[in-house]
Design a protein around this ligand. Structure first.
Ligand SMILES: Nc1ncnc2c1ncn2[C@@H]1O[C@H](COP(=O)(O)OP(=O)(O)OP(=O)(O)O)[C@@H](O)[C@H]1O
Ligand SMILES: [Mg+2]
Length: 338
């Protein structure tokens, strides 16, 4: 479905340009559901725009559904659906008419468009909304309509850029259910970006992580967590001095009154650690042990937390490029949702 080699994008800018996507290779097979993760500004949307021919690549080559992105962009566009980041503009057309216009735009026959619109209205649960104006829909309803619009011409491959950002947890779950159902029903290959690590973890069988324009991990969520993070053990102490003493005795990183360390089979390591601290007469206050998350994977790969990164970006007013306002709003909504 997707084959990219050395694909890259540099935006011209004063002082040398912004290397948004560094040369990268990608293979996506038919039927895969790939979640593309990364902090703000990592290059996710740019990658999607390259693969959907909305932006010309600076380097490399790619074929998407068998069509070359440079030589046959029209072929690529005919075979894919693309739903961009952010809300679709509200307007006064009704939901069903919007779908019919989209079908006409793609050159479907009237009869085919009608059948397809009704099929999508049913499968995306838009029946009760079919005669409502688009501008009157809620955020989650609009995103479902966006997906229906992206699917009207039966694309084999669907690109979704942050389909669930800004939705409440229930609407997010509902939207994901629809995405998974569509995949099961039509066999559509789906390549989507998300900032919700839990979604990627539970629903996509393949997770790709991008940072600073480079793909730094690409595997199943389970394999990423198994191979990179190990179980996480946090020990708490009364004083920072105790924590520092403990860290030099048992290993791990002391931050304030806590020591964190990662290990395989955490449940078996905990009793050993307690005994060892007891022998060294370092008084322990508490212990927690948990399975790693995708955020821990990102932390292990980059030394930064994907969650904290979002907040840091929202606070960063120095780098005022045209994307920042949009990005900051997303962060705020995410924080609110979290
Ligand atoms: N049209 C443009 N002109 C100049 N720089 C751009 C342009 N579009 C994106 N960039 C820069 O390219 C980098 C990658 O941006 P991109 O939008 O791909 O990130 P992203 O991973 O989608 O981030 P987010 O999670 O915030 O949506 C950023 O540094 C961004 O400022
Ligand atoms: Mg983006």
């Amino acid at each position: 479905m997707i084959r990219a080699r050395g694909l890259g994008k540099t935006f011209p800018a004063k002082g040398g340009g912004v290397q948004a996507v560094k040369s990268f290779d990608l293979d996506v097979e038919r039927g895969e559901l790939v979640a593309f993760l990364g902090p703000n500004g990592a290059g996710k949307s740019t990658t999607l725009r390259l693969l959907t021919t909305l932006l010309p690549a600076t380097s490399g080559e790619a074929t998407v559904v068998g069509c070359d992105i440079r030589r046959d962009p029209a072929g690529v566009r005919r075979s894919i659906g693309y739903i961009g980041q952010g809300d679709s503009a509200g307007h006064s057309q009704r939901v069903r008419d919007e779908l019919l216009s989209q079908g006409a735009f793609y050159g479907l026959s009237r009869r085919d468009t009608l059948a397809r619109a009704d099929e999508l209205i049913e499968s995306l649960d838009l029946g009760a909304l079919a005669h409502r104006q688009v501008q009157a829909l809620s955020g989650g309803q609009k995103r479902r309509l966006d997906i229906a619009l992206g699917l009207i011409h039966r694309p084999e491959l669907l690109f979704l850029d942050e389909p669930s950002t800004g939705l409440d947890p229930q609407s997010r779950a509902n939207l994901w259910q629809h995405i998974v159902d569509l995949r099961n029903r039509y066999g559509t290959t789906i390549f989507l970006t998300t900032h919700y690590l839990d979604e990627a973890d539970q629903l996509a069988e393949r997770v790709m992580v991008m940072d600073h324009g480079t793909v730094i991990a690409d595997d199943t969520a389970t394999a990423l967590k198994d191979s990179l993070a190990g179980d996480l053990i946090t020990l708490s102490f009364e004083t920072a001095t105790d924590a520092a003493a403990a860290a030099s005795h048992i290993g791990g990183t002391a931050v304030g009154t806590r020591v964190t360390l990662t290990t395989h089979r955490g449940e078996e390591a905990v009793p050993h650690l307690i005994r060892s601290l007891d022998d060294a007469r370092i008084p322990l206050v508490g212990v927690t042990h948990r399975q790693p998350t995708l955020d821990d994977v990102f932390l292990a790969l980059t030394g930064r937390s994907l969650r904290e990164e979002g907040q840091a970006h929202a606070n960063n007013t120095e780098n005022n490029n045209e994307n920042n306002n949009e990005n900051n709003n997303e962060n705020n909504t995410e924080e609110a949702a979290a």
